[in-house]
Write a protein that binds this ligand. Structure first.
Ligand code: ROI
Length: 160
């Protein structure tokens, strides 16, 4: 039996038109094989965690997929490269990040992929959009999204 897994993808861009990058990425996610795009959060703008970078636009997408985690990771990296190549010529190297935040109830600890995503607990630009799509969830490692939200203020995020 093939298991359909609910997967949450963190999306980020700080290209000159980052919202357009995210819209493009959502279209590409919707076209992935063995996968349906089940939802997308609002877009949120915030300062980069690294000084001297343009502000980021972030969102979270929900997928239902029968791909295995590393197959999905390869597919996401292909989307990043595809949009990245276009950007690279004009804007420099960092324009689209697609991160697997959660993959069903799985805890994954591989060299290429750690799920739940390592940094998500401290990042408002991940937690608040995730909460739109999956309010009240418990992560596969037992942490509750509501508790992570309570420890991570919304301030600095602008919902667009
Ligand atoms: N800062 C914000 N606000 N959003 C991001 O997606 C993001 N991604 C990064 C770094 C540079 C850490 N800062 C970010 O990779």
């Amino acid at each position: 039996m093939t298991t359909i897994e609910r997967v949450y993808i963190g999306m980020g861009s700080n290209l000159a038109d980052p919202a357009e990058q995210l819209r493009e990425a959502l279209k590409a996610l919707a076209q992935l094989p063995h996968t349906s795009l089940s939802g997308a959060s609002c877009f949120y703008v915030s300062d980069s965690l690294l000084a001297g970078q343009p502000r980021y636009t972030n969102a979270v997408a929900a997928l239902d997929t029968t791909l295995e985690p590393l197959e999905l990771l390869d597919a996401l990296q292909a989307i990043e490269n595809d949009q990245g190549r276009k950007r690279l010529e004009r804007w420099g190297p960092r324009t689209l990040d697609l991160d697997i935040l959660l993959f069903g109830d799985r805890v994954i600890d591989l060299p290429r992929l750690k799920v739940p995503h390592y940094h998500m607990q401290a990042r408002a630009f991940v937690l608040y959009p995730l909460a739109e799509l999956a309010p009240g969830i418990t992560l596969a490692d037992g942490r509750k999204l509501d508790e992570l939200l309570a420890a991570c203020p919304f301030e600095g995020l602008e919902r667009i």
